[in-house]
Design a protein around this ligand. Sequence first.
Ligand code: AMP
Ligand code: MN
Ligand code: MN
Ligand code: MN
Length: 283
Amino acid sequence: MAVSVSLSYDLHTHSTASDGTLKPTDLVDRAHRDGVQVLALTDHDNTAGLAEAESAARQYGMELIPGVELSVTWEGKLLHVLGLRIDPSHRPLCEGTERLRELRRKRAIKMGEQLAMHNVKGAFEGAQSLTSGGMVTRTHFARFLVNNGYAARVQDVFKAYLKPGKPGFVNVEWAKLDDAVGWIRGAGGYAVLAHPLRYRLTASWMRRALTAFKEAGGIGIEVVCGSSTPEDIRISAELARRHGLLGSMGSDFHSPDNNWVQLGRLSELPAGVEPVWSAWRTA
Ligand code: AMP
Ligand code: MN
Ligand code: MN
Ligand code: MN
């Protein structure tokens, strides 16, 4: 009897090069321990963790896919675009992500100022001290506020301080969709729209977003995320099929502290969804 052997994929994870709490080596160790065979490291707007992750993965004979998660502003909305199998030395990608990190530095200072006006003192310095390498994300602000008793959980900080309309929110024009997908493709990579249901788009905005994403050169969407319900997976799979997009799967792992999102703990891609890795396995 033929036995089909499928690899365990996790194509969306974070390290200390963005807002994850594990160093790239520790992330790879943990992924290996948890049975992941193909791991993509996809830090926000940063590829600085990839070299370390690759050398750790080599020791285990694991496949490490170099990736990135780019912050995009499209029609005034924030989208996250994953680049998988990128060459991190591609100049336009390096310059693009450097600009995004510069926007982040300026944003973090403003966030600190706005929070100070709402009686949260020292938030910029506090958030920065929780980073390694100094890339400050909203997650670092959230952890600082939790550590200092402003809220019980990170999600509560987002709700009360960091979402649009809240005191710590600073609006930023991130990369343009066409530019972000262009950098990924120029770097030899595959562009995948991350967690499509997290943007809370109406059906018609979703249609427009996926059409624009495909026109820009995007080839896939994340159908299975670490936090997906069976209904989320069904809806995302239907979007993939309807728009002729490949399906990806990734936990969006940030930290071992989050018990309900762990490495490689993912449902299978539903039937009828072509996996994103078929794009490079046959290439
Ligand atoms: P930034 O890219 O700096 O604006 O930060 C966005 C990051 O914050 C995301 O990648 C998530 O890791 C985290 N995040 C966003 N919204 C929430 C939320 N409601 N609860 C917890 N974490 C969140
Ligand atoms: Mn994040
Ligand atoms: Mn994201
Ligand atoms: Mn992510």
